[in-house]
Ligand binder design. Structure first.
Ligand SMILES: *[C@@H]1O[C@H](CO)[C@@H](O)[C@H](O)[C@H]1NC(C)=O
Ligand SMILES: *[C@@H]1O[C@H](CO)[C@@H](O)[C@H](O)[C@H]1NC(C)=O
Ligand SMILES: *[C@@H]1O[C@H](CO)[C@@H](O)[C@H](O)[C@H]1NC(C)=O
Length: 256
């Protein structure tokens, strides 16, 4: 760094300390208010405009019958989807700790919680593909995950009638070549994780998994999404958060 830049930087740091900006630099452009407090409003302005309304990518790797996955749906995911879904690009990957093997032209799956779990995974995978719209398939999948029935085909039936979803094409898909290929794609996406997942549920935030991100997702997903979102206007649920929770830093490096 040239000398004059270092000088400018030091002056800048001194200035921000004086002005009461006690927020980590990674958050300086998190809102206009913060940018002004930290004296970087002009510098952040273009950045804020460029990133306005870009949703936070949040991906859940899970398997249909695992109790911790079900709890994550119940305690965090569905509430977050309903209250901050507009700023979250949610992707569901139902595969988890399953294994696959190609036999002939079919993929054969071996699931942690047995055959029923494989059936649940492929029903949910087919629902995602056939229904297409997350506002439609999320309540349906949540309902299946919320059910204590150990046979996902039965809970799918109940949930489909509850939400007025035509189940026939989804069930047809789940036993067809199409469903088999779609589930294989879920396997490929899961196996592409770096670092590899070591448990489920496993989450990534803007493509990154760290212990800290995982911990926050499991304890207050709404807050995690709100503080990661870089866009201008946040949903109401974000302003109901305790401000004390806003200052911790998100480690953006993957922990290997
Ligand atoms: C949402 O996530 C999917 C992958 O999970 C990605 O293909 C898509 O581009 C993302 N959309 C936005 C708007 O970020
Ligand atoms: C998705 O479904 C919701 C709820 O039914 C509906 O309001 C919305 O228009 C749909 N979006 C698209 C892109 O079809
Ligand atoms: C979300 O994922 C898409 C597709 O990979 C990417 O283009 C986009 O930049 C990501 N959004 C953020 C906020 O990282």
């Amino acid at each position: 760094m040239p000398v004059q830049n270092i000088a400018a930087f030091c002056l800048f740091v001194a200035f921000t300390v004086v002005s009461g900006c006690n927020i980590p630099p990674s958050q300086w452009c998190s809102s206009e208010e913060v940018a002004k407090t930290c004296q970087v409003y002009q510098q952040c302005k273009n950045y804020i405009q460029n990133t306005a309304n870009v949703p936070v990518n949040f991906t859940l790797y899970y398997e249909s019958l695992c109790p911790d996955c079900k709890n994550f749906f119940k305690q965090q995911l569905y509430k977050a989807f309903k209250s901050v879904g507009s700023i979250m690009n949610l992707t569901l990957i139902p595969y988890g700790n399953a294994r696959e093997q190609k036999i002939g032209d079919q993929w054969v799956f071996d699931c942690q919680h047995g055959k029923q779990e494989c059936i649940g995974n492929v029903i949910e995978t087919c629902a995602i593909s056939i229904l297409g719209n997350i506002s439609v398939y999320m309540p349906f999948i949540y309902c299946i995950e919320h059910s204590s029935d150990s046979q996902p085909s039965k809970s799918a039936q109940k949930c489909a009638s509850q939400f007025g979803i035509d189940l026939a094409p989804i069930m047809k898909c789940s036993t067809s070549k199409m469903g088999n290929d779609l589930e294989h794609q879920m396997a490929v996406r899961t196996d592409a994780l770096r670092p590899r997942h070591t448990y489920v549920p496993w989450v990534t935030l803007n493509g990154v998994h760290t212990k800290e991100i995982q911990w926050k997702a499991e304890h207050n997903l709404i807050q995690l999404i709100c503080e990661t979102y870089q866009g201008g206007s946040k949903p109401v649920a974000c302003s109901n958060l305790k401000t004390s929770g806003r200052c911790y830093k998100i480690d953006s490096k993957p922990d290997v």
